[in-house]
Design a binder for this molecule. Structure first.
Ligand code: DAK
Length: 260
């Protein structure tokens, strides 16, 4: 598919997906959301892709939220549809078998922060800024933000961020546990790609099952989560990757995983 607002580049089985709508700080209008949904769907099915890095074009913004101009003109029915599409996108990222790293290079506000939170973890530039300005617009985060943020950093800090609508620094987002690691703007993408490459060298089925165990387990009781983990562990012993991984260790060589 041809994309108007996305740049997609795959090198050594890692795809960099860049939201490219600089004139509006990469904000999410319905066309961008539709393109992102389509791209993630395609990438999930593409056997040549092992990990994805999501970022924003330019130095100023990752994604400065939903497109306020477009949003302000929505009818109630269209707003419902907009929310359904946005939620479908964040759930798609969450359920993908491949890891997705958010490389937040600037403003990650509202729907932009929700997009980053849907990824498996966040790296950020020291210049990035984070916030949920929604209450100042008379709405609440609607693309899973209240749920994902509270699960990530706990209700107390999530309450402060969401109720105040305040924009916080990258340092604070790091201290609060929203961001795994901070880098200089120049180092952000190379470091995200390096981690993606490290993950891509592991057993792809093991990585996919680990993602599933962690994400699904968070919605289960601990006892059910343990049971689910054990069953996925067992399933991996029916794969060639498990034999290759353990065989390579015993033969003191690098494993060559085939994802079967
Ligand atoms: N939408 C549309 N245009 C935007 C934009 C946005 N979110 N953010 C920036 N722009 C545009 C500006 O209008 C400006 O356009 P021109 O005037 O040049 O044509 C251009 O990008 C550059 O922005 P600024 O001139 O404002 O740049 P500054 O450096 O002065 O300020 C800023 C940067 C990020 C602090 C500021 O642009 C800003 O406050 N932007 C808005 C941030 C924001 O409030 N984002 C929306 C959060 S609410 C839903 C589910 C989810 C959502 C909604 C509904 N349902 C369940 C239905 C999500 C909502 C949100 O994301």
């Amino acid at each position: 598919m041809e994309y108007k607002f996305l740049l997609i580049e795959t090198t050594d089985s890692i795809t960099t997906l860049t939201v490219n709508r600089r004139e509006a700080l990469n904000s999410l209008n319905s066309a961008v959301i539709a393109e992102l949904e389509c791209a993630f769907y395609e990438l999930d099915l593409d056997a040549a892709v092992k990990a994805i890095v999501l970022t924003g074009a330019g130095e100023k913004a990752f994604v400065a939220g939903a497109d306020i101009k477009e949003m302000s003109e929505l009818s109630s029915f269209e707003a419902h549809d907009f929310a359904r599409r946005g939620q479908r996108l964040v759930q798609l990222i969450n359920r993908m078998r491949k890891p997705v790293i958010a490389a937040v290079n600037g403003y990650a506000l509202g729907g932009g922060l929700e997009l980053a939170l849907a990824c498996d973890f966040i790296y950020a530039s020291e210049k990035a800024k984070f916030g949920f300005p929604e209450v100042g617009l008379g709405v609440i985060p609607g693309f899973g933000g209240t749920q994902n943020l509270a699960r990530l950093i706990g209700p107390s800090k999530a309450n402060e961020l969401v109720f105040s609508g305040r924009i916080i620094s990258a340092a604070k987002a790091h201290a609060w546990g929203i961001v795994n690691e901070l880098f200089t703007p120049e180092e952000l993408l190379p470091q995200a790609l390096k981690t993606a490459q490290e993950i891509a060298g592991k057993g792809p089925m093991a990585v996919a099952y680990a993602k599933d165990a962690i994400a699904s387990g968070l919605n289960m009781s601990k006892e059910d989560g343990f049971r689910y983990e054990a069953s996925l562990f067992g399933v991996l012993f029916a794969t060639g990757d498990q034999r290759e991984g353990m065989g390579a260790f015993l033969e003191k060589r690098t494993a060559e995983f085939k994802g079967v």
